[in-house]
Design a protein around this ligand. Sequence first.
Ligand SMILES: [Cu+2]
Length: 670
Amino acid sequence: MKAIVLLCLLAFTGLVFASDPHKQHDVNYMLWKVNEEMRDPAMKALEDSFDPEGASAHYDDGGASIHKLMQELQQHRLLEQKHWFSLFNTRQRHEALMLYDVLEHSSDWATFTGNAAYFRKRMNEGEFVYALYAAVLHSSLTQHVVLPPLYEVTPHMFTNSEVITEAYRAKMTQTPAKIKSSFTGSQSNPEQRVAYFGEDIGMNTHHVMWHLEFPFWWDDSHESHHLDRKGENFFWVHHQLTVRFDAERLSNHLAPVEELHWEDPIHEGFAPHTMYKYGGNFPSRPDEIIFEDVDGVARVRDMIITENRIRDAIAHGYVTAKDGSKINIRDSHGIDVLGDIIESSTYSPNTQYYGALHNTAHVMLGRQGDPHGKYDLPPGVLEHFETATRDPAFFRLHKYMDNIFKEHKHSLPAYTKEELEFTGVAVDSIGVEGPLETYFEDFEYSLLNAVDDTVEIDDVEISTFVPRLNHKDFSVNIDVTNNNGATVDGTVRIFAYPRFDNNHVKFTLNEGFWNAIELDKFWVKLSPGANHIVRKSSESTLTVPDVPSFKSLIEQADAAVAGGSDLHLEEFESALGLPNRFLVPKGNSNGMEFVLIAFISDGKADAAVENLHTNTEFNHYGLEGKYPDNRPHGYPLDRHIDDERVIHELPNWSHSIVKVFNHGEHIHHN
Ligand SMILES: [Cu+2]
């Protein structure tokens, strides 16, 4: 939403937008020490002076949302504070969404911030954080406000219990500490070799932010707009995580993930070494357990029935809506419907029949350690987007769903030469300049918000440093010939897929395409004749830069408020993509071979919105507006190939073999 609006206006007026320092300031303090007393005096005063029901004129729903929430509050029905919160808990989600509705329907900033201050003091902190994050992302009042990195707001969800315990000790003894974080488990567990992926705080943040931008609970009848291609985006973002995880496994000489299935044992157990701020430790799961029915959630049999109904729909090429009508899915739009069904979101045409395979599976898997609630354990890591990928079973579960999507994609007719061609345009070569090399570096972030404190006691610096994957700068060079005699618009699509499997068997084109990692997508103007495109790794439109630390956001907003100056944080507004440092899979010391692909399609035919061609930027997720690219995600590698010659003889694509190295380099914390 934000990025699109910004872009369109940039194109028309050349304006650059500043973030509103006051709004940034307020959002900062609402989230700073969210389990503790408000530290900003003016906002603290609002906690008791603000009257939420004061004037219905300040709400664009006439005050309906606020009356509802106030009634729940006055009747003491809301979840207590200092209690865990999970979005998959229906009642807790409803409570969080009641607050989201209040914020979303606040028509001016005083009402928004007044409500936030008022309910921060009175509602469960987890519900509050969720509601505020969702509201800041979706409210028209908070465009250009940057949300602080979630790992510094709720650090418990991103780090190990060992680190948290150390942090509490540092606080108790008032001794500054920089605590080393290690990945969960031991080297005798082969899965530990890829823990750097599932436990990467930037990847976890990406995953949470994606689910916040495209929430399954989003209901168009209560919102101002429709989320374009939400179901397809659900497929694509998880598909990319799935194939990317396999590329990491291959980098580390592990076999690709095998899908899990309801009738098979769950081979890998998991000991999370993670704790809730309130509610004890995350539950563990032993190796090789057999799926059990989970009381109050679902029976294993129901899961199989749901899956079969979805597979039937794919085989038929249509789904059956609630009213019995048929919705065709055997076309490029089908994936969107299927994504809505599998997640499921409120966009699903028939949840009664097709259930909620993904959401229910997360809870089923999360509860296997205590399926009958005998031990009163809190929810498992799989029941939070922040922590889900820590458990290797997450990727097994998503491989299972990815294979269902694959069944659908492969039921569509292969693209023909005529469909894929871009008349007069040939991609002559693609190559890489600079080393394709990854390394680990220590990244430090604050744990101040993890520990308890009081207003009277000063903070001591408490932080942790954690190894994370990064890559050296490189650029992709593409040579293109345009024989059209006039300038044309092109969409450049860059992918890479592993060349070999773990047995060093070459992937077929079909396997490779399905396993392709999307690296970049952007618009170009192709002049007549030869064009040389140099695209830097830092420019990828699919990734985001590191968000400034929470402390730095506070300092910058405070300074701007005090000095009446501008605040420029635009580049950090969207947290949708993977971190840019995560662009390339790890590779290994021998150099892991990838097939690098550039495909250029007709930009005019691709554009779903006007005026985008004048801008070389590209937004990968559409949000409020339309997603700018008409083509399905992954195009043109998203379908199976009948005849490899169609691809090989296509002039407007090119490929080359590249190697990604990792020499064990680790840049240590000072
Ligand atoms: Cu997810």
